[in-house]
Design a protein around this ligand. Sequence first.
Ligand code: HEC
Length: 90
Amino acid sequence: MRKVMMILLFSVILPGLACAEIPDANSPDAQVYANHCASCHVLPHPGRLDWQGWRNMLYLMEKRMEERGVDKPTAEQWQAIARYVKSHAR
Ligand code: HEC
């Protein structure tokens, strides 16, 4: 039951929320971003940081995921996330 709720949350509700809040929300990269970056806090707007800031932040977030035992994005998913924030960075 909990698993069903989590799947619902990640596949239906969060992308739905993301649509209203981040640029280009329906693009595949934005979906990957929304799926991986809104589980511990609200989804940050990609214009929040410049690209250098994002590089540091993504590194830090990977550490946070390791600390908390949260499933990390795959290499391809990290690339999609980086591509997404880079294209909308400050
Ligand atoms: C495992 C939990 C976790 C996940 C998953 C996570 N974060 Fe975070 N994030 C944190 C924590 C904790 C902080 C608070 C700062 C710190 O401790 O480093 C934070 C802070 C941030 C901040 C700074 C917020 C501010 O107020 O300035 C940004 C930006 C951010 N995260 C982006 C991301 C992105 C992008 C992803 C997806 C790649 C992501 N986070 C995934 C835990 C997480």
